[in-house]
Design a protein around this ligand. Structure first.
Ligand code: URA
Length: 434
């Protein structure tokens, strides 16, 4: 086979066979196919697209380009969850113990990533003693012992995607639906679960800003999951304003704990119950999502979800007393308040800008080597649709470096849009693919 011929075929609108795709992906991963030919191919894909079969085959080839996790020694249906990412997204920290308290088996690998705040792994590491760098054997035996584990991604999962994503990033070829869907799903499939529930975020603080794009991505990922023989479903959720009220690291863990105590913000609680009920159904432990949601609510009310969170923290070396005493999850001592200038309503919060405030404070990473400050963050007392009175506190900022705190406050001020007319917030659950 010659890469030149495959590029020409795709440029002319042709359909690549499974063998051609696999030859190209394995060759590219090994370094046999140069970046300049692969970038011509990704550009041809941008113009002429890939059908479902090609997209599915591309995903399987990328999945098979490195390690795949074998979860077969864990009994029961193993369920995974993935979010396309947003601001204030602490979902896994509340969702996984909750779902696992009903008996769903969860073996989750998480990356650190770059962004406004840390990833799930960084957030968990704000719990004193908590370890995410555990061996694969310890990971699997923890799932067998207590039903769940979360580890930092150490295995060489889907290296083809890593290389291809870096190339797409510098050749203006990121925003093609088949390439995005296959990129995300190749890593999920390599992580070995039987069923996957996807949270596709949509809105100003999400990768997918427009509803049509979010729907197309959700559809494409669910079709890939099925192509790979997995039980896969997706929920499309609002990311026009931050999720919940806390944005940061330790502060987000506190909010996740509160949610398992039944005292979480309404939107975040709803998201956790919505995704959780889909996971329980995927595991075959409830006949429908309504029954699953009732069981999940019971697990919050009777404290079993909170007990499972403590078991999980203890199993990974963390100090579980933070669940009863959240002060252990330290927030920075420097505090700045954003006050309302006049009576009225919050009409819009620029979600990305709130994320940027967290980054400015030191709560996220711009480059891989950056060190996260777990204590800094933002708490939004007022969200879209809330009424405000002059001089009332709308949000609070926790900083360790005054200069950064003041810079973040300026951005937070600009992120809040207020006025005299009440605007209803967008529904949290926008759509579903199942
Ligand atoms: N996230 C990914 O993992 N891959 C993409 O292509 C886009 C977002």
């Amino acid at each position: 086979m010659r890469m030149y011929d495959l590029i020409l075929k795709k440029k002319q609108g042709g359909e690549l066979t499974r063998e051609e795709i696999d030859w190209m992906i394995q060759g590219y991963t090994k370094g046999d196919i140069p970046d300049y030919q692969m970038s011509a191919m990704t550009m041809a894909i941008c113009f002429n697209g890939m059908n479902d079969r090609e997209t599915g085959d591309l995903t399987l080839s990328m999945r098979d380009s490195g390690d795949t996790v074998d979860l077969s020694s864990i009994d029961g249906v193993k369920v995974d969850k993935h979010s396309t990412g947003g601001v204030g997204d602490k979902t896994s920290i509340a969702l996984l113990p909750l779902v696992s308290s009903l008996g769903v088996k969860l073996a989750k690998m998480s990356g650190r990533g770059l962004g406004h705040t840390g990833g799930t792994i960084d957030k968990l590491e704000s719990i004193p003693g908590f370890k995410t760098e555990i061996s694969m054997d310890a990971f699997i035996s923890q799932v067998n012992n207590i039903g769940m584990a979360i580890m930092g991604q150490t295995a060489d999962l889907a290296p083809a995607d890593k290389k291809l994503y870096a190339l797409r990033d510098v050749t203006a070829t990121v925003d093609q639906m088949s390439l995005i869907a296959s990129s995300i799903m190749s890593k999920k499939l390599a992580a070995g679960a039987d069923a996957i529930v996807l949270d596709v975020k949509c809105g100003s603080g999400a990768f997918m800003k427009e509803l049509d794009d979010a729907k197309a991505l959700a559809d494409a990922m669910v079709r890939i999951g099925r192509h790979a023989g997995k039980n896969c479903r997706a929920v499309i959720t609002n990311m026009d304003e931050p999720l919940g009220r806390a944005v940061g690291n330790a502060i987000e863990v506190r909010e996740a704990i509160d949610t398992l105590k039944g005292k979480g913000p309404e939107d975040f609680t709803k998201l956790v119950l919505t995704l959780g009920s889909r996971m329980v159904v995927c595991a075959g432990l409830a006949k429908d999502t309504a029954e699953a949601e009732e069981e999940l609510k019971k697990a919050i009310d009777d404290g079993s979800a909170l007990e499972q969170l403590k078991r999980f923290i203890t199993a990974q070396g963390g100090d579980a007393s933070c669940v009863d005493d959240p002060e252990i999850l330290k927030t920075a001592e420097g505090v700045l308040e954003l006050k309302a200038q006049a009576d009225g309503y919050v009409q819009h919060i620029d979600c990305d800008e709130v994320g940027m405030c967290s980054l400015v404070l030191g709560g996220g990473r711009e480059k891989k080597s950056d060190i996260i400050d777990p204590e800094v963050g933002i708490y939004l007392y007022k969200k879209v649709g809330d009424s405000i009175s002059k001089d009332e506190t709308m949000a609070v900022l926790y900083y360790n470096d005054k200069e950064k705190g003041l810079a973040a406050l300026e951005r937070l001020k600009a992120a809040y849009h207020t006025g005299t007319e009440r605007i209803s917030p967008r529904e949290l659950i926008i759509g579903e693919v199942d």
